[in-house]
Design a protein around this ligand. Structure first.
Ligand code: SF4
Ligand code: SF4
Length: 361
């Protein structure tokens, strides 16, 4: 998972969201954040970045999660993503979800949908979320069950979707493009857009597991495939060109965090640890015992950090368009801010696509 799967997109663009954003002061906690209720899941996906021994140890109980929600609500957070693992494996999911709604959060739920039954679908009709986002792991039964390592997962996934869709709940779809399901990408996209008539988005870059294990990178598609899937449009080429020109005219950028981590988003994990985003986890702040003011100091310190002096990313022409960030480089190279071959190769492919389009005009 990378930024496309984080929470910034779910706020969307609307007069309401734009007005809120404009009145939001930089010293406030971000309007949108995420809370991971558990790292447990009923599936065992090949690419899953949170599936490793001990990942789900020492998770918060009901009262502790409520304490976190109280702190976030008091600090003015409005858009809250509840994610996992799968949130529906928590026996107290309904209680926590209702508590969040009572606190006034506009809640988005991420789920694989395989645990949605009639009762859960009816519950969500009675207490509707702002969005329900479902990840699709394959179009055929064979691929879906292969990716998720569960023989009956596909049927349950399709049934969960049917139950949510027939109740007209606000369901959105996305997929993670993997070596194991790449051949079904077009079929997944067409099923969502043409048959279900729903918006669709996808992420094509697999990251290492949060404990640093890199075996999941086996599921990465090639840099050329990433570039062709994500960036092969006139708009993307123009954007890439613009960002390259800007980067060439700008001085070297020593900042480690060039994104909105901590100022546009935050993430709370199942142990009550707060992070600037979902992928950066190695400077945890304990929000169970700490305060929002303490967190803000923590973020200020984090965001003043600099990348290594000898990293190619500081002066690279592609740095403003590149998906490599502090979190991805730490996970993959063990050093935040370090350049990564895979991302460099993706950007080289983008350059080729851009050149090709320019010559074609
Ligand atoms: S559904 Fe999500 S959390 Fe569960 S195993 Fe798959 S990727 Fe991991
Ligand atoms: S990872 Fe490579 S392409 Fe991306 S900013 Fe660093 S040097 Fe440039």
């Amino acid at each position: 998972m990378s930024c496309p799967d984080c929470i910034t997109h779910q706020i969307g663009s609307s007069a309401f969201a734009d007005a809120l954003d404009a009145s939001h002061r930089p010293e406030d906690l971000p309007l949108a954040g995420s809370i991971e209720l558990t790292l447990n899941c009923n599936l065992r996906c090949r690419h899953c970045y949170i599936r490793y021994p001990g990942a789900a140890d020492n998770e918060m109980d009901t009262a502790q999660v409520k304490r976190i929600l109280d702190k976030l609500a008091d600090a003015g957070v409005l858009f809250l993503l509840m994610t996992g693992g799968d949130v529906l494996v928590r026996p107290d999911f309904r209680e926590l979800y209702l508590y969040a709604k009572q606190k006034g959060f506009l809640v988005t739920i991420y789920t694989n949908a395989t645990l949605v039954d009639e009762a859960m679908a009816d519950f969500l009709v009675e207490h509707p979320p702002r969005r329900i986002e479902i990840t699709i792991y394959g179009h055929s039964e064979e691929t879906y069950n292969y990716v998720t390592h569960k023989p009956f997962a596909f049927d349950r996934f399709r049934e969960g979707i049917r139950l949510l869709m027939e109740r007209d709940l606000p369901v959105f779809f996305k997929t993670m493009v993997l070596k194991s399901n790449r051949h079904e990408f077009e079929a997944i996209k067409s099923w969502v857009e043409d048959e279900l008539k729903k918006p669709f988005r996808y992420d094509a870059i697999v990251n290492p597991r949060l404990n640093g294990d890199q075996d999941v990178l086996e599921e990465r598609i090639t840099p050329e495939e990433v570039a062709r899937l994500q960036y092969d449009t006139d708009d993307e080429s123009a954007r890439f060109d613009r960002l390259r020109t800007l980067a060439d005219q700008a001085p070297e950028d020593p900042r480690l965090f060039k994104c909105g981590a901590g100022i546009k988003t935050f993430h709370v994990d199942p142990r009550g640890m707060m992070h600037p985003c979902m992928m950066w986890r190695h400077t945890p702040y304990n929000l169970l015992t700490g305060t929002i003011d303490g967190w803000k100091d923590h973020v200020r310190n984090l965001r003043s950090m600099e990348s290594p002096e000898d990293t190619a990313c500081r002066s690279c022409s592609n740095r403003m368009a590149c998906g490599n960030c502090a979190a991805t480089s730490f996970l993959e190279a063990g050093e935040a801010g370090r350049n990564l071959d895979y991302y460099c190769a993706i950007n080289k492919e983008r350059e080729k696509l851009m050149d090709f389009r320019m010559f074609a005009v």
